[in-house]
Ligand binder design. Sequence first.
Ligand code: MGD
Ligand code: MGD
Ligand code: SF4
Ligand code: MO
Length: 698
Amino acid sequence: MPSPLWHIGGMGGPGAGGVQVVQGVCPHDCPDTCALHVGVQDGRIVRVAGDPGHPPTHGALCTKVSRYAERVYHPDRVLTPLRRVGAKGRGRFEPVGWDEALDAIAERLRAVAARDPEAIVPYSYAGTMGLVQGEGMAARFFHRLGASLLDRTICASAGGDALAATYGGKVGMHVEHFAESRLILIWGSNPITSSVHFWNYAQQAKRAGARLVCIDPRRTETADKCHQHLALLPGTDGALALALMHELVLHDWVDHDYLGRHVDGWEALRARALQWPPERAAAVCGLTVGEVRGLAREYGTTRPAAIRLNYGMQRVRGGGNAVRLIALLPCLVGAWRHRAGGLLLSSSGWFRGARRDAWLQRPDLLGARLPRTINMSTIGDALLHPGGGGFGPRVEAVVVYNSNPVAVAPESAKVAAGFARDDLFTVVLEHFLTDTADHADFVLPATMQPEHWDAHGAYGHVYAMLNRPAIAPCGQARSNAEIFRQLAVRMGFTEPCFADSDEAMALGAYDPSRVDLAALRGRGWTRLPVDAAPFAEGGFPTVDGRVVVDAPGLGVPDHVPNYESVHSAPELARRYPLAMISPPARHFLNSTFVNVPSLRAAEREPLVELHPDDAAARGIADGAAVRVFNDRGVYHCTAAVSSRARPGVVNGLGIWWRKLGRAGTNVNELTHQRLTDIGRAPAFYDCLVEVELDRVAA
Ligand SMILES: Nc1nc2c(c(=O)[nH]1)N[C@H]1C(S)=C(S)[C@@H](COP(=O)(O)OP(=O)(O)OC[C@H]3O[C@@H](n4cnc5c(=O)[nH]c(N)nc54)[C@H](O)[C@@H]3O)O[C@H]1N2
Ligand SMILES: Nc1nc2c(c(=O)[nH]1)N[C@H]1C(S)=C(S)[C@@H](COP(=O)(O)OP(=O)(O)OC[C@H]3O[C@@H](n4cnc5c(=O)[nH]c(N)nc54)[C@H](O)[C@@H]3O)O[C@H]1N2
Ligand code: SF4
Ligand SMILES: [Mo]
């Protein structure tokens, strides 16, 4: 046990004696970042519940995490270090001791580093969002080593960079204040699946008479519960935003005072908007002119109006420009004047300056070295690159933690081929034998959140959070930080920072002059001091406090069409006429939880949703085995014929583990590695396919 339990009282009721409650944080990549109460009895987790005191959590968790004990005590959990015995990718391993594994790994990394440390690549994302077990000790390790840097673009960098180019940072409304909005646009977001605590506030607003509009190609569970659903074509959000601006200008539903004082470049934006009458946008978006005009009227005449934008709409070529345009809408109507008006895409920028990033990650350990940067979104191409040219050395070693690239990265045939390279040395820190771990030379058993210390920020609220360990690590699991600490010793790194404990890093993650550390340590969370209506008087975190329209190097935002669509690639669309999006499944979190039986049962099987007309045209009945295909690959799954799909668009839900899917495939067989206009991110939802009956499976 790394630290004593922190007892905050019994779980109440007779028979509950002996249950201790430990304050924790949900580590997963979800905007809600819930405060957890982990109930422990006799050293085992007996219950995981939401902290009733933490305002956004409000005592409730999603299904996935309320069943967390199933994941912690899963019989397939990796509990000892493993060494590969079979061919790469077969997933055959033998247990080895920690010392043997760490010695062998350090020896190999030292040998590669002696030739060129940039031939070593860390690969990680947000399996845990923790500041310690994420890019904490690991970052110190790779900085000291001089390994390649990783551009962490796989999720949010198109929208994030776009927001920063416009507002100066990833900042926006407080999630709590949506409860007071009169109109909420839920735009590229399915909160019933991916952000249930925001949805709670949206429902409060609805009960108080607010109108909810969902803008999403898919008729999601959220769309069902909104007053209106606009099922636009994927990647056309920028065109819709411009037409809304056109109407705002035409009817003078514009807050000239706010624009004049707080926005730079309004004239140029106005000129751009006037090029987008509703007729033009409706044709591009696949909406009616009435739908576009109606939305503009509501947005122009309702106060306060709020936009919950989410990352679903920026996974296309023009995702960055679309976010810039949508982020300008609240400035046109002066929505920021009210705390229940404005926009929320991410709140993570409010943590900048409060977190001690330089201390946690120690980029100074690079010294004068500036290693090359590998984009995680094109890891397939990077692993298959022979080296040389502008690329630098061929990748010889990869250390994966907090991510499952073989399942989640685009164009997975290339990713899998890359990881299958016999000459590549691969170490994977994991809880389970994922598709990626199957390709490892060594798999190292990592602790889960109730077994280690961590500190967290959030991207959907503004509370700093602290996670305490509730139980001792299962089996021989060690925390990511502990594993990198021990590797550092074997690499001969003697800087004192490699001796910092997990606990010291978690407790030191926040700047005491910015964050109430006593509250953080006491109840496990504390709110950052962010104004209720932060931009009522302007004051955006740009250089001069004004919103930017004409951003340096980016110009005035415009609609950027998809790489792959009927309009932009007619020749391709003749062969592959259906646009495919692949949004999150409700019971998975990316590829996490796919191996938890009760959650997998709830998702049933890998599905592609097709509109009844598209299905009928192909002789496909509901429940039929189908192949979804394009030039990049084939995804074998089951057809769900349903009006959740709009005509011309199919929905390949969730990120299944390939080995738990059909014929070892998942939806990323079909996606490509071309990048977004801003932020170097993948365009997962910018993808043409065809669907046909799977004669082999049938
Ligand atoms: N249960 C569950 N929760 C999750 C996740 C999960 O996998 N499962 N993933 C987590 C992660 S990593 C993230 S980044 C967050 C947010 O993840 P997001 O990807 O934002 O996910 P969603 O909120 O589900 O919303 C995406 C919605 O955008 C829609 N969409 C797709 N293309 C377009 C488009 O071109 N325009 C518009 N307007 N809409 C489009 C999709 O149909 C979907 O309903 O959610 C997190 N929460
Ligand atoms: N087609 C398609 N592809 C997508 C998306 C999509 O919508 N469509 N969404 C994209 C998005 S938004 C994202 S964010 C990425 C997500 O991609 P990833 O960040 O790879 O997310 P996960 O698939 O959840 O995998 C996280 C892994 O980290 C492991 N893990 C969790 N905690 C720890 C820990 O403490 N230590 C260690 N060592 N391991 C841990 C988990 O067991 C899990 O296997 O996928 C992207 N891929
Ligand atoms: S996945 Fe999201 S909603 Fe579920 S417990 Fe974690 S933070 Fe809360
Ligand atoms: Mo994500």
